[in-house]
Design a protein around this ligand. Sequence first.
Ligand SMILES: Nc1nc2c(ncn2[C@@H]2O[C@H](COP(=O)(O)OP(=O)(O)OP(=O)(O)O)[C@@H](O)[C@H]2O)c(=O)[nH]1
Length: 505
Amino acid sequence: MKKERLAAAIFITVVFFAISITLVAQIISTRTHTLNDLNTNISNLSHTLDTYSEGIIRQSEMLIKNISDITEIYGMGADQKNNLKRILSEQDQLLIQLNNIVIYDARGDKVISLRDGNSVNSNGADRSFFIYHRNNPSRNVFIGPPVVSRTNGQWVLTVSRRLEDKEGVFNGVAVLTLNIANFLQTYGKLDTGKEGTIALTSGTGTLLIRYPFDAKFIGRELSDSPLFTVYLKKSSAGIATSVSRFDKIERIYSFQKNKRYGLVTTVAVSMDEAMASWRRQAEILAIVILFLMGCVVFSSFFIIKEVRRRIRISKEISEAKASLASENAELQVIATEDALTGLANRRKFDEALVAEVAKGASNKQPIALLLIDVDYFKKYNDNYGHIAGDGCLQAVAENLKKTISETPYLAARYGGEEFVVILPETDADSAKHIASKIGRNIKLENIPHQQSPLGVVSVSIGVAAGSAASLTGNEAMLIELADEALYEAKSSGRDRVVISQREIT
Ligand SMILES: Nc1nc2c(ncn2[C@@H]2O[C@H](COP(=O)(O)OP(=O)(O)OP(=O)(O)O)[C@@H](O)[C@H]2O)c(=O)[nH]1
């Protein structure tokens, strides 16, 4: 039973182990797949947005270069204002993100603009792009930090260029402003989840645009973030994770640095949100697997219980069988044994006589029979009592058993104080010899018998013998002849052996 329990425990452990490994492998594999898909998606998005931003800035660059070239060629005097205004108006429809185009003179005074608005302050000398160009001789366009437009109060990005006179002296700034709202509208159409963000940062780390929009984040310096201090130093594009300094949410983000303008586009999704479906899947998988494991344990418990029950029943059945077999054997003995003497009983004798006669007949052998009767037994009973009489019969039977113990002869109690012995393959002479030995041995037992002339218990024996073949089907004849011989032994004085002289035919 211990072995079965151990085997069941090993089986359950192996199943548990195999299922657990499969579960963990499956969960890790689906997590890797989810992350890979996510990485691909956000990388594609940041790449697309980078191309989108580059396109707008490139168009803006071309526009502002054209306008600044025209301004430098024709000047910005009063006679040119109308021409310049007309040229600016023609550019209006070229770029949907376009907010305004303004030309400032060397003092920062607005000379002309595409849209005038309601602004009182028409001087832009304090603007960062103006200061940059005044102090910097480069003729490249400058993408400045976001500012609030003085024309319409909108958040805008500035793309500007330095103006010079023929001697190369600073002569003002041509600036083009782009609506941040327009970028936000495009960003908003992309699905980055409830906590996702999209941002555009200058090459030096100034936050230009962030979706979802919050004015307090615009213009913030991110040059000290890991994106600028670590990742962008290694590669211009990639995937990273970080906890946002703005809202403390952990996000996975892809970044893409524009090769032409250095602008950095990032697309970030919340880790929690991105992995939610994987987590739900993993939880369901874990619950299903745990349920199945529970079923295995539960069913194993019942299987073990059932196996134990069956083993117990089969043990009980074999015990019952063994006990029945031993009872049967006892019954067999009881059915064939004489209770007082332990010799074969009359029934057994009858069966054995028929069987031995048949055997002797087939072997063409003789067979003999002894009929033994205790002498003066009534007197013994009368003198010593019935119980002592029983004891005397037991003693005679024991003596008889001992005498024929080494032989194939069968002794039985024929009834009362009479015994019978079957002697297979024995002729009359040999039978007489055995009978004499039996009589002698019983006398030598010296069982006191005051009422017998000998003073001890003796027996008379009648012997009959003949061809077994002649007795087949007439076995009783052998008994009859032995009985006659016994009668003669009794009547001729007892304590003797008499052989029947009648021929068996
Ligand atoms: N104690 C005891 N006595 C038995 C048993 N069976 C028979 N007897 C007695 O055996 C006696 C047989 O007596 P009888 O047939 O007259 O013969 P006997 O006294 O032996 O005389 P002979 O055979 O002529 O020598 C009877 O008294 C029976 O009651 C038994 O199992 N136990």
